[in-house]
Design a protein around this ligand. Sequence first.
Ligand code: HXC
Length: 518
Amino acid sequence: MYNPELEALIAELEKRRQKVELGGGKERQQKQHQQGKLTARERIEELLDAGSFMELSTFAEHVGGILMREIEAPGEGVVTGVGTIHGRRVYVFSQDFTVLGGSLGKRNAQKITKIMDLAAKTGCPVIGLNDSAGARIQEGVDSLSGYGEIFYRNAIYSGCVPQISAILGPCAGGAVYSPAMTDFVLMTEGSSYMFITGPEVIKSVTREHVSFEDLGGAEVHMKKSGVAHLSGKNDKDTLGMIKTLLEYLPQNAKEKPPFKATKDPSNRGTEKLTEIIDPSPKKPYSMVEVIREIVDDHFFFEVQPDFARNILTGFAHLGGQPVGIVANNPKFMAGTLNIDASDKAARFIRTCDCFNVPILTLVDVTGFLPGVQQEHAGIIRHGAKMLYAYAEASVPKITLITRKAYGGAYLAMNSRDMGADLVFALPTAAVAVMGAEGAANIVYRKDIQQSPNPEATRAEKIKTYKEAFDNPYVAAARGYIDDVIMMEDTRRVLIEGFTMLANKEESRPFKKHGNIPL
Ligand code: HXC
């Protein structure tokens, strides 16, 4: 029955909703599109299962203040709510650059913290789609307070529920520090930037001239700074990567990551490894190919692929079970561990551990990178993070030594003594304090110097050391390696190993929290 009073109320609701949905207006939305960007709402639509989004705090308004009196900010510059990705519930905020540059005011922050609190209470991931000029200048200290509330929750909920940040526009100040405190940072190439202070401020302070792209584009943060974990070619691509990432993560720290059924047989032979891994320690090979040969459907989802390429980090499935993989990469810097590689690996190990993702470590490493620069920049402090992270991790941990495992780096790559549950080696493996040449030169220096034929003596001593240590059997004899396996059995053995460890429980002595060397 027609009720004019009710009709008017409904019309009022629709009018208000439309106004909010229009954000900063058609013109600014077109500008987003011209820059190759989606709008805040289009991004949510792209990310979530169709029709699953429920918006919250729709009609929130800014808190006012002297400089905000005349300003309207429909939706408060951020769209927040809850929805599903492949049927799994996630909380989302999507900053609207068309409204005051997506800048963050007090109420805008409250919209975000509301969904962060709900996500933590209900045990669901939080996904932030960031497109923000940082603290809203007109709100002064209130906007700073807003960031404080978000940073606080980023830390408090860290390790409770996955927090994922996509950077989808020019993000400055607080708009980059909050993402930096989350588990994963994704960027879009060519349209997203991250910096604490922009090119203009830098020019006035240090007189350096730098473009947005060179200062904080996706390439910079993927290759140089290591701030970003993944980058997409456009917003759609980046949002797709978030969906893939979630396939390896549980809803919260109390759950296990989801099983993914596969048609790839667990006992598929991995004989191709015999072609990939050259027994000669000086010949590099692709560890990515090794990983692809082993894992389900040959699919390796690499994280931070362009940063510290001497170590590989990423996710895959083994017999349907998600695993995190850390692997030396002999193709770059002979797979040695340096500062960046240690930071990259330590962070990834801790991410896996807090979300119950078992860790597979593939070892082919001659040592930590020697050099004055590395020593002075603190390789001791950074390398220690890796030792700490592996020892601290209580998830199932399997190590496979593919070739060289020397010295401190052997220990750092999740050796038996650092807490590996199972250690396997291929016949090509060698566990020693260092390579035979270096070892012979040190241990037999006097014999070599005093020999009438130093070169022949050197060669003989190298042979002696090689026979003694340059193989997996000394370590296996002493229990540091559980088995030396055939290359074709690698996939089957690793799947059996992780299946065996699936219900692993490991307690630690009481502490408030550990003190990782940062
Ligand atoms: C309020 C802002 C704003 C801000 C931009 N706008 N920044 N409004 N607060 N911080 C508005 C502009 O007035 C403009 O409004 C609209 O947003 C789009 O901005 P443009 O400059 O036209 O866009 P663009 O050329 O794409 O440049 C984007 C930008 C630039 C690089 C982000 O706007 C910029 O440098 N902004 C300032 C960044 C910054 O210094 N933020 C504070 C960081 S400090 P109209 O009406 O014209 O559309 C911080 C403290 C947190 O965050 C503490 C951390 C520890």
